[in-house]
Structure formats: structure tokens, C-alpha cells
Write a protein that binds this ligand. Structure first.
Ligand SMILES: CC(C)(COP(=O)(O)OP(=O)(O)OC[C@H]1O[C@@H](n2cnc3c(N)ncnc32)[C@H](O)[C@@H]1OP(=O)(O)O)[C@@H](O)C(=O)NCCC(=O)NCCS
Length: 176
């Protein structure tokens, strides 16, 4: 499949809010991309729980379906606690067989558009955090190409030699 065709990009159903039936496909995206171990299912379901039961009402999970209605990508974003209208893209993954087809861009475009539409009183900045390791080189390239600034590095955050890289993007025109 290719999502670069105007038909697919124009299809309103391509990106939608996640629901309870998406927990297993989203978990599979994380495992298949080696982001989490297969036995992290409980922790993963917990991440989704607050969104699904409505207790974390500003937390948003979205998924991208392919034309056969298979979940091929997912993103999770929420406001960062203790920050001023700064949102964090906590999770982004595309099925490994579907990389480099524009699905990641489709998801981040949706995240940014929804936050820009919410207005500067709700969202001023979007950040995303990733690892400095070779395994996440594609992610770093992706965020840099997507217009994020490489803002900070927290040394040894994820383990010895595994630093956290923070990417930053303004969602507003001025310093609002
Ligand atoms: C990072 C990720 C979400 C990107 O999704 P994607 O659908 O493959 O990305 P897109 O097709 O929209 O790529 C857009 C651009 O990003 C850059 N890019 C994406 N993957 C890249 C790679 N492997 N190497 C170099 N550049 C890459 C390219 O510039 C690409 O444009 P191009 O294909 O026209 O050259 C995907 O690789 C993924 O799921 N990785 C595993 C999980 C992960 O690392 N998530 C992020 C954790 S913070």
C-alpha cells in the first residue's frame, strides 16, 4: 500500500481516535518495532487505560488504518505536567512493513493540526523525546525532517551511553 496517493491522504477515515479494540494492535506496533518487550503488555494497557476510561481527558491516542482497516500506525500525545501549554508526543510507531510511506508524517500532521486548531490558550509547544542510539536514528531523522529543533540532550537518561534527545516545535506564530 502507499499513503502518498491523494485518495488515501484525503480519506477522512485514515486517521481516527483509538478505541479499546486498538489496544492489541497498538501493542503489536510497539513490540514489532522493538520499542517494548512482548511481556510489557500490562504496562502498555495501563498507558492506554486513562485515555480509554476518560480519566485522562486531555490524553489522545490516534491510529492510522490502511485501506483494509488494519492499524498501521499510532500516536499518543498529552499535555506535559508542570509545563505551560506544552504537549508531549509520548508515542509514535508505524508498522515496520509500512515505514517510509508517509504514515508517520500523516500521524504527526494530525497531531499538530489538532493542537493548532485547539489554539494557543491550549497548546503552544510540542516536544518529543527519543533515544540517541543507532536504533532510533530513523526517528531522529524523521523529527528533524518534520521541522522539530533538536533542543536538548539528557545524558545517560535511558542507560549507560543511551541519552535522551528532546525535539521541540512551536505551535504558534508568535511567542504567545
Ligand atoms: C519514526 C517512524 C515513526 C517514521 O514513520 P514513517 O511512516 O516511516 O515516516 P515517513 O514515511 O512519514 O517519513 C518522512 C520522512 O522522515 C525521514 N525518515 C523516516 N524514516 C527514515 C529512515 N529510516 N532513515 C532516514 N530518514 C527517514 C525521511 O526524510 C522521510 O521522508 P522520505 O521517505 O521522503 O525520505 C517509524 O520509522 C517508526 O515507527 N519507527 C520505529 C518506532 C520509533 O522509533 N518511534 C519513534 C520513537 S520516539
Amino acid at each position: 500500500m502507499s499513503v502518498r496517493t491523494p485518495d488515501f491522504l484525503d480519506a477522512a477515515a485514515a486517521v481516527r481516535a483509538a478505541d479499546a479494540a486498538d489496544v492489541i494492535p497498538i501493542h503489536a506496533l510497539a513490540v514489532d518495532n522493538a520499542m517494548f518487550a512482548p511481556d510489557d503488555m500490562a504496562g502498555f494497557a495501563e498507558m492506554l487505560q486513562g485515555y480509554l476510561d476518560g480519566s485522562l481527558d486531555q490524553h489522545r491516542w490516534i491510529v492510522a488504518d490502511d485501506p483494509a482497516d488494519r492499524v498501521v500506525g499510532a500516536a499518543y500525545y498529552a499535555p506535559e505536567p508542570f509545563a505551560d501549554r506544552l504537549w508531549n508526543l509520548y508515542f509514535l510507531a508505524v508498522h515496520p512493513g509500512e515505514h517510509r510511506k508517509g504514515i508517520g508524517t500523516l500521524l504527526t500532521s494530525h497531531v499538530e493540526e489538532s493542537l493548532r486548531n485547539a489554539g494557543s490558550q491550549v497548546a503552544r509547544v510540542l516536544i518529543v523525546e527519543t533515544s540517541s542510539t543507532d536504533e532510533y536514528q530513523a526517528a531522529r531523522r524523521f523529527y528533524e525532517r518534520d521541522g522539530f529543533d533538536r533542543e536538548a540532550r539528557v545524558r545517560e537518561f535511558y542507560g549507560p551511553g543511551d541519552h535522551k534527545i528532546v525535539y521541540w516545535k512551536s505551535l504558534v506564530e508568535t511567542g504567545d
